[in-house]
Write a protein that binds this ligand. Structure first.
Ligand SMILES: [Zn+2]
Length: 103
């Protein structure tokens, strides 16, 4: 994918995320905020990708400061969904792995 198309795709995704966050906030009368997502990776690499980092940074920028660092993302192995990792977007602007298990 060319850098231009990648940039356009990223901007479109950001616009959709922004619209979705605003929608959730509006329909809940400012009581709900988007706090995270989950998705799969098509490999056993469950580390956040550069796109995952950009998405987390973008989402965090739309959240009120008091909940900004509650943002999480959960990454599953597409072929083995029992394998997953959970990350929290921290004040250091990184996605830090959180110990989590299914009980
Ligand atoms: Zn990812």
């Amino acid at each position: 994918m060319s850098p231009f198309l990648y940039g356009c795709k990223f901007m479109l995704v950001n616009l959709l995320i922004y619209s979705y966050c605003n929608y959730l906030n509006k329909v809940s009368n400012n009581s709900l905020y988007y706090l995270g997502d989950w998705h799969t990776h098509l490999s056993s690499n469950l580390l956040p990708s550069p796109t995952d980092y950009k998405a987390a940074q973008t989402l965090a920028s739309y959240l009120p400061e008091d909940i900004r660092f509650s943002l999480i993302t959960v990454i599953f192995n597409h072929f083995s969904p029992k394998n997953f990792k959970v990350y929290n977007y921290t004040q250091k602007r990184i996605l830090k792995e959180v110990n989590c298990k299914i009980i």
